[in-house]
Design a protein around this ligand. Structure first.
Ligand SMILES: [Zn+2]
Length: 73
């Protein structure tokens, strides 16, 4: 599954869990739910930096629920 189109135009990869989550919300709830149905979770691998992101069903569902205020570090 290729959801993340990382192009090697930079010397480093700026992907993050937040940007993956954002991408999933852009993909749409229907699409995300159908992936969950098929695969049980959403797994996104970044070809560029080799990071692996996993969103389980509850995490994926949360993406489409009310916006959670950002966590301060
Ligand atoms: Zn990456």
């Amino acid at each position: 599954m290729r959801l993340f189109n990382a192009r090697p135009t930079k010397a480093f990869c700026s992907c993050s869990r937040d940007s993956v989550a954002n991408m999933l919300t852009m993909l749409g709830q229907d699409e995300v739910e159908s992936i969950i149905e098929e695969q049980g979770s959403i797994q996104i691998h970044c070809d560029f930096c080799n990071k692996h992101y996993v969103f389980d069903e509850s995490e994926a569902t949360q993406l489409f629920e009310e916006v959670v205020p950002p966590i301060k570090h």
